[in-house]
Design a protein around this ligand. Structure first.
Ligand SMILES: Cc1cc2nc3c(=O)[nH]c(=O)nc-3n(C[C@H](O)[C@H](O)[C@H](O)COP(=O)(O)OP(=O)(O)OC[C@H]3O[C@@H](n4cnc5c(N)ncnc54)[C@H](O)[C@@H]3O)c2cc1C
Length: 423
């Protein structure tokens, strides 16, 4: 059947349900996910089209940039046609996969956006463990296919991050200390360069070198990636530690202890520090033994220095990864984050700023709930009305809303009064 813009929109809205059935194993062990197909190589959307809002949607709700056209590209030929059109019209071009660029680099104002989300085929070679993915695949789709086959790809945590943007930028996550970045697993890629020529790193090996963490401003439009997957670890254990009502001195003390404790962690383990106003949550995870020396020492130290320690029994990765999937989006960011700080010296200045801000009634006093309400109101005011139901629908496609912060699961709580002096 020839697809029109309208049928394209309908199949997109129904995609989630099909994807769930496929991955949860109702059909006989497929290696290619039957995601919705767009039969045209490319569909150009204007702001008047019903599908435009969904095609423009990015994870950061604060990005209001509005392209003149969005080209939904399902094939390399579609990307080539789009580049030709952009050239003849003199439109600037941006490239969008998962739309998770915090800064909104995958959109532009009054230009053309090449949206590769219809390039969403996934194929796992069960003999070699090589995953071939269209540039429009999201992390959730990748995880579903791989975990159902006992494989996995060390990557980030957010379900809707695009595999292309993540890999081109590096791809850091809970498994990076042991297995490296997502881009370390990249074996080949295909792209269309600015002249409209198709390039393949198999015949142009420098391209592979440049794409492995070279950053997001790439040489062309990546259409396909091939990555080496790994055998999925059997079990995943996790703990979280919470400290409340911190001041700068207490935060520095806790942070110093955390840096010391992380240095002794084995490579199976990972820890993250999440600060929200005067509250800190420290996450600890491992795919190794929960009683390993460094892990046990970390737990002792953090339990002694925080108000509340909770733990989750070891679970398979299929169960654990969705705990960290985050929100379907779009969301309003009020946080900053970084994958790697060397030590206290990198952070001291920032802490002073945070606590001075707090003393002056700045952002830490805004509760999450209040911020969310305020941001929803802002989005309603500033975005086209069609945008709001679209984002709600996409939450529904995920099945259920995930608890904020990504620390769901069956945690056992071990509350204790906070010891201001620590030890
Ligand atoms: C909520 C959230 C959680 C995150 N979690 C993690 C994490 O755990 N680990 C981690 O490493 N990172 C994480 N990130 C950062 C994320 O990996 C990067 O922002 C990444 O670039 C997003 O890729 P994307 O395809 O989703 O985004 P997009 O906005 O679509 O693209 C990001 C950039 O890549 C370019 N690009 C996208 N597709 C292509 C393509 N096909 N060809 C050429 N260029 C392209 C875009 O032009 C843009 O510059 C997170 C971001 C958010 C918002």
């Amino acid at each position: 059947m020839m697809q029109t813009r309208r049928t394209f929109l309908r199949t997109s809205a129904a995609a989630g349900a099909g994807l769930f059935t496929e991955v949860l194993g109702a059909s006989p062990a497929p290696t290619v996910l039957a995601l919705p197909h767009q039969t045209e190589d490319v569909i150009f959307l204007t702001p008047d089209d019903a599908a435009y809002a969904a095609a423009r949607e990015v994870h950061n709700a604060g990005i209001l940039t509005k392209p003149k056209r969005i080209a939904m590209c399902a094939t390399e030929n579609g990307v080539q046609q789009t580049l030709q059109r952009a050239k003849s019209e003199g439109w600037p071009v941006a490239v969008k996969s998962g739309g998770h660029s915090f800064e909104g680099f995958s959109l532009n104002d009054d230009g053309l956006v090449i949206n590769v989300s219809p390039c969403n085929e996934l194929h796992l070679d069960s003999r070699t463990g090589l995953l071939t993915a269209g540039a429009g695949c999201r992390l959730r789709d990748v995880n579903r296919l791989l975990l159902s086959k006992g494989r996995f790809l060390p990557a980030g945590s957010c379900a809707t991050v695009g595999l292309a943007g993540l890999t081109l930028g590096g791809g850091y996550g809970m498994f990076a200390r042991k297995w490296g970045l997502t881009c370390d697993h990249l074996r080949s890629l295909r792209m269309v360069d600015g002249t409209g020529t198709i390039r393949d790193s198999v015949t142009d090996p420098d391209l592979l070198w440049a794409a492995r963490g070279g950053g997001n401003g790439h040489f062309g439009i990546v259409t396909q990636l091939t990555l080496q997957t790994r055998v999925a670890p059997r079990a995943f254990s996790s703990w979280k530690f919470r400290a409340y009502r911190l001041n700068q001195a207490l935060t520095e003390k806790l942070l110093e202890a955390w840096f010391d404790a992380t240095a002794a962690l084995p490579n199976d383990a990972f820890s993250a520090w999440i600060m929200n106003g005067t509250q800190v949550t420290v996450l600890l995870t491992t795919t190794g033994a929960p009683e390993e020396k460094g892990v046990a020492a970390f737990r002792r130290t953090l339990t002694a220095l925080t108000n509340k320690a909770t733990s989750a029994a070891p679970v398979p990765l299929t169960k654990a990864l969705p705990w960290y999937y985050g929100e379907a989006g779009p969301v309003s960011f009020k946080n900053t984050s970084a994958g790697y700080y060397k030590g206290m010296a990198d952070l001291k200045g920032a802490l002073t700023g945070i606590f001075q801000g707090s003393a002056h009634g700045a952002w830490p006093c805004v509760s999450n709930q209040h911020a969310r309400r305020r941001n929803r109101q802002r989005s309603r005011r500033s975005l086209p009305a069609s945008r709001i139901p679209v984002s709600r629908r996409s939450t529904g496609v995920l099945g259920k809303r995930r608890p904020r912060g990504g620390f769901a699961g069956s945690y056992r709580e071990d509350s204790r009064p906070y010891r201001a002096s620590g030890n």
